[in-house]
Design a protein around this ligand. Sequence first.
Ligand SMILES: NC(=O)c1ccc[n+]([C@@H]2O[C@H](COP(=O)([O-])OP(=O)(O)OC[C@H]3O[C@@H](n4cnc5c(N)ncnc54)[C@H](O)[C@@H]3O)[C@@H](O)[C@H]2O)c1
Length: 373
Amino acid sequence: MRVGIIGGGLMGREAASAFGRWFVLEDSPVRAELVAVCDLQDKLLDWFRQVPTVRLVTKDHHELLRSPDVDVVYVAVPHNLHEQIYLDVLRAGKDLLAEKPFGIDLAAARTIAAEVERTGRFVRCSSEFPFLPGAQRVMQAVQAGRLGRLLEIRSGFWHASDLDPNKPVNWKRQNRTNGEIGVMGDLGMHVVHVPFRLGWRPKRVYAQLQKIYTQRPDGRGGFAPCDTWDNAMLHTEVEVAGAEVPMRLEMKRLAPGEMNTWFLEVLGTDGGVRFSTKDPKTLWVFERAKEQIWQRIDIGYQTPFPTITGGIFEVGFPDCFLQMWAGFAAERAGALGGRFGCATPAEAVASHELFGAALRSHQDKAVVSLPPG
Ligand SMILES: NC(=O)c1ccc[n+]([C@@H]2O[C@H](COP(=O)([O-])OP(=O)(O)OC[C@H]3O[C@@H](n4cnc5c(N)ncnc54)[C@H](O)[C@@H]3O)[C@@H](O)[C@H]2O)c1
């Protein structure tokens, strides 16, 4: 799988590092190699020159897309550029790992999904945290069906760095480039991927959205508008085994003390399960036995795609990002073999339907119904 990257910023370089240690995967049905990079910034292009497999470095993404050496393109650019560049990738006949939120809004996501359908290319949307062993164990516990009747589901992703009012503005903090859905565009796909995959599609939503800081330093001595939603709490209901279950989705840039805290908790009458990246090797499992017990289990390096790393070790962000790419590569090659796969275009569109409904809910202070998934 020969990969080209469009957008070599934070995530583009993370992807390069994932391909750089592809050999950590054991028995991978696919070999992956980064061959081409496009960004607008010289200093980033210079960074990629240290990657020995990179043969093409360009500021024009059309040049990258013309290269016959590129099979798959990873696009990690600001959200206002997703639609056009994703369409360009598909029309160039390349497969795509698209960064979330898969278009700046619902209309863009639908346009991209329609082009995926028309071209028949293999396309997935980035969301790596479900590939962590703890997240996998939560899913296994749910699928094993031993939780009894579900009481509630909580899925969230919290950051704290925006608590600092002196943090300069960037494209993720402005509606024009990030999208009107604000923090939901930034963190939302991470929060809905597992619930959607488990079949938990909200029937209705009541959203509480907060904008705390309305301007930030512009980095040039002045101030710039910061008009995105900082925090979003989506109170939803999903149907599980014929009963309605509350599901709360939390996306926060202002969560005191939290640094990239992704969590998922499912509680039932007979059992419960809880995982958070705050405590990355811990799985909490509840059992209603003679006594009610929360058990803390140390989980090791038990990733969906086996690696040479010993099972006693612990995982981190670069690991789950590599695992996500291993999932993309295996599924594209028809070798996923029942393992967890990346978010699909349909899931990405459904996330935008939910976030659009959340905007309406907040504006009208009303519960908004969603079509069945
Ligand atoms: N999966 C994750 O965990 C995760 C984390 C952060 C960001 N993201 C997503 O990744 C994407 C990029 O975010 P980021 O944090 O890497 O942003 P970034 O600002 O660090 O990088 C974006 C890069 O795109 C480049 N760029 C802009 N226009 C371009 C063009 N026309 N052609 C080529 N390059 C262009 C910029 O120069 C910049 O280097 C967004 O969709 C974001 O939501 C995902």
